[in-house]
Design a binder for this molecule. Structure first.
Ligand code: NAD
Ligand code: ZN
Length: 366
């Protein structure tokens, strides 16, 4: 078992990572239940894991009520938020209660936001079940739903009280989802931890094949990296948390170009975006081109896209730059970019010329 603390003063919490912890969650959750019924929000694909969790709670005498969402990004909507908050009010959820989010980033983001606004804020617990949610979205307190104008535009910072990660639930996760989540793991090595990137190169195959030791190490290491960054810059105002957006500015444009559909999963967009960020950095003379090639080679070796063609994007530079102009990170007319001086040396650059990005993407599209 590994426990990582997210140090945020009065809002600090633990992230517990352990194979099988879902079935042993009763004693960990009982203090948060306060003798009352706990609401568990999940999605249809997680029924078996819901049963495990409910059994673990009832073994400790904790009653629970499940709320089951339709799987998919569509559940991060005003309509689902309304239905969920209505149901939580009906169940009598109080400020001092903790709602459990059992699922991927969709469930976590929706429940996080619902509990941020329900009765002006009640508690919640993250029990993430995708690799992406285990290494990224369940930690750090960003919560949101989508609006017609774009993804994650309506949201709040709201930290969970506890995060329980059971790597064995990944055994039922579709392989494509697992691989996509792995892009966020590699990202931590590329941001500021070249030794971890080297570990990824040596261990990705074992990790993706479900090797328990590799899986737990990768998750714990990723969570520790995220916890450190979030503790340094909880609300992304100090230029530190922004490092987590490595690969996301390019990636977001690719996702926008595919209409945020299942044609390109978020992690796949991030993988292609990371490769593009490194090649752009190399083209600008900022990063050694060997490093850019090493990054691409690793992404290709695990079956992740390493550029426009591999991501199935036929768009030219102008169209992709147009998507970037609608990025919510736009700041007074400039778009901060995550570039890299090499492996493990990402930095925030506010002076990137979008005309240069467009020309670079045109060359990439050829
Ligand atoms: N809050 C943040 O900091 C943050 C960070 C990154 C991403 N996100 C958000 O996360 C969302 C994506 O999350 P995701 O990739 O986890 O997607 P998801 O929640 O849609 O889950 C992916 C699919 O896997 C299924 N699934 C989940 N766990 C499973 C399991 N153990 N076994 C079988 N099937 C399982 C789900 O039902 C779904 O169909 C996006 O909306 C994104 O905006 C948020
Ligand atoms: Zn991401």
């Amino acid at each position: 078992m590994t426990t990582v603390q997210v140090a945020l003063g009065a809002r600090s919490y633990d992230v517990v990572i352990e194979d099988g912890v879902l079935g042993r969650a009763g004693p960990l959750l009982k203090p948060l239940a306060r003798g009352r019924t706990m609401a568990i929000v999940t999605d249809e694909n997680l029924r078996p894991h819901l049963s495990t969790l409910q059994r673990a709670l009832s073994a400790e005498g904790v009653a629970s009520e499940a709320i089951v969402l339709a799987p998919g990004e569509g559940s991060k909507s005003w309509a689902s938020l309304e239905a969920l908050t209505d149901r939580l009010i009906e169940l009598g959820i109080e400020r001092g209660d903790h709602v459990i989010a059992l699922g991927g980033g969709v469930t976590g983001d929706l429940v996080g936001f619902a509990t941020a606004i329900l009765k002006r804020g009640c508690g919640f617990v993250q029990v993430p079940t995708t690799l992406l949610a285990q290494v990224d979205s369940s930690v750090g307190g960003k919560t949101a739903i989508n609006s017609a104008a774009g993804k994650n535009l309506i949201g709040a910072f709201h930290q969970p009280a506890l995060v329980l990660i059971d790597p064995t639930v990944l055994d039922t996760l579709p392989e494509r989802e697992l691989r996509a989540g792995y892009a966020e793991v590699v990202k931590y090595g590329l941001i500021d931890d070249p030794a971890f990137f080297a570990w990824c190169e040596a261990n990705a195959a074992a990790l993706l094949a479900g090797d328990p030791a590799a899986r737990e190490y990768a998750i714990a290491h990723s969570v520790a990296a995220k916890a450190r960054i979030v503790a340094a810059d909880e609300r992304e105002t100090a230029g530190v948390r922004a490092l987590l957006n490595l690969g996301h500015t390019f990636g977001h444009a690719l996702e926008a170009d595919t209409g945020f559909s299942r044609k390109l999963l978020h992690g796949e967009g991030v993988a292609a975006g990371i490769a593009l960020a490194y090649r752009f950095s190399a083209a600008q003379g900022i990063a050694p081109s060997d490093d850019a090639e090493r990054v691409s080679a690793h992404l290709r070796s695990v079956g992740l896209p390493d550029g426009l063609a591999a991501a199935g994007i036929g768009a030219r530079g102008a169209r992709l730059v147009e998507h970037m102009l609608h990025d919510k990170k736009m700041d007074a007319g400039t778009l901060p970019f995550l570039l890299a001086r090499g492996i493990g040396r990402a930095y925030l650059d506010r002076t990137v010329d979008l005309a240069a990005v467009e020309a670079f993407l045109d060359a990439e599209a050829r």
